[in-house]
Design a protein around this ligand. Sequence first.
Ligand code: F6P
Length: 325
Amino acid sequence: MTIKCIGVLTSGGDAPGMNAAIRAVTRAAIYHGIAVKGIYRGYKGLITGEIKDFQTQDVSNIIQRGGTVLKTARSEEFKTEEGRRIAYQTMQAHGIDALVVIGGDGSLSGARLFAEEYNFPIVGLPGTIDNDLSGTDLTIGYDTALNTIVEAVDKIRDTASSHERLFFIEVMGREAGFLALNGAIASGSEAAIIPEFALEKDQLAETIASGFRKTKNSSIVLVSESEVTGGAMGIAERVRNEYPHFDVRVVILGHIQRGGTPSAQDRILASRMGVAAIDALLEGQRNVMIGIDNDEIIYVPFSKAIKKNKAIDERLVSILHMLSI
Ligand code: F6P
């Protein structure tokens, strides 16, 4: 089937670099003679028909902007068969014969279902700060969020060290520890408490037993937001009860991690992946996410990408531990 017109949408939590991805998808498609329609507010826009014809100038001056110019949403209606039926009818009415979906795990799960039900091509781009999609080394937005975390931790370290306090800083990740672990390494934090190991070991007890107070009077521990770890609040509560000699404070970084101008790495990744999405469609690929593996673009079937089993590299845990003595 020859693709004449694609729709592009962003869905789920926004991530810095999504605009660079929208730009790349739009311009690569137009370069290859394919028309582009921008769909607003994720899948919701397919249901309500919020769709605009995109020319190259519609994506001018956005590569440097955080957020997403297409807006985003988590659509409950799209989760129903009826919602997806309306979405498909809208696509047909607008002459859209393939979709590029930029988003995280929930968005790509929706894409998978939609593509299977209506048998048409969808290509996904991994857009999430969490870096939790399987089959890709990196996701769009992760690098910028890591940099935001590092900048914040550097500031907190000043006051932590003046007051000789123990800080638990909660970072995002939705049950994935990539931001916490790599954020801890990059900021020189003493430890990270992440969901991946929360059931197999008591990371707080281990951290304290390893004696991070032997050589330092202040300490910073990054904690992934998570029901399993209890988040920074839960961990700090434990310390107050079990290790009351520590002067503890909690910072929850929250949505600051999702905003801001995308890093050069994220802009490059988004540009490469956006171009690859159009190449994939031209090659007849369907229902795959664009991934990056050892700096090579790869196609990852949706079923693999959304598996939620992306492993943490345990060598990073050792490095963090070794360098925090
Ligand atoms: O998936 C991205 C993310 O920022 C997660 O890290 C976090 O758990 C969640 O989205 C927060 O979502 P919301 O936009 O609903 O606050």
